[in-house]
Write a protein that binds this ligand. Structure first.
Ligand code: AMP
Ligand code: ZN
Length: 108
């Protein structure tokens, strides 16, 4: 399957990981929108949010996203957790954006 995030998950593309376990990995976004911009992905190919069948996957992704917020010291600096889907996403492999620091602004 020609999926860039599967290739990253399978180590076909070299990438410096920030976190990795059997099911989830975290790496920096290649075009960071904020000083901290991480992507939390399932290693398994899940096309998008609406197609997640195992609710435990949500738990894993969000616990790791929370850990990343803490790891990056964003708890009191402003952060945003984003999932694009339904055609708004560019990469069709589920990923959670963790971005910060940011101030009180309307989410765009
Ligand atoms: P989305 O619009 O939610 O699908 O976001 C996809 C994100 O993946 C964008 O922020 C891209 O900058 C990022 N991205 C695409 N290719 C790579 C890559 N090879 N390594 C890291 N981030 C990537
Ligand atoms: Zn994939």
């Amino acid at each position: 399957m020609d999926c860039i995030f599967c290739k990253i998950a399978n180590k076909e593309i070299e990438k410096k990981f920030i976190y990795e376990d059997d099911e989830v990995m975290v790496f920096p976004d290649i075009h960071p929108a904020k000083p901290v911009h991480l992507l939390v992905i399932p290693k398994k190919h899940v096309p998008e949010f609406s197609q997640v069948e195992d609710p435990v996957l949500f738990q894993k992704l969000f616990v790791i996203a929370q850990n990343m917020v803490k790891r990056e010291g964003l708890e009191d600096k402003g952060y945003r957790i984003t999932i694009n889907g339904g055609g708004a996403q560019v990469v069709n492999h589920l990923h959670v954006h963790v971005m910060g620091p940011l101030t009180k602004t309307a989410a765009l």
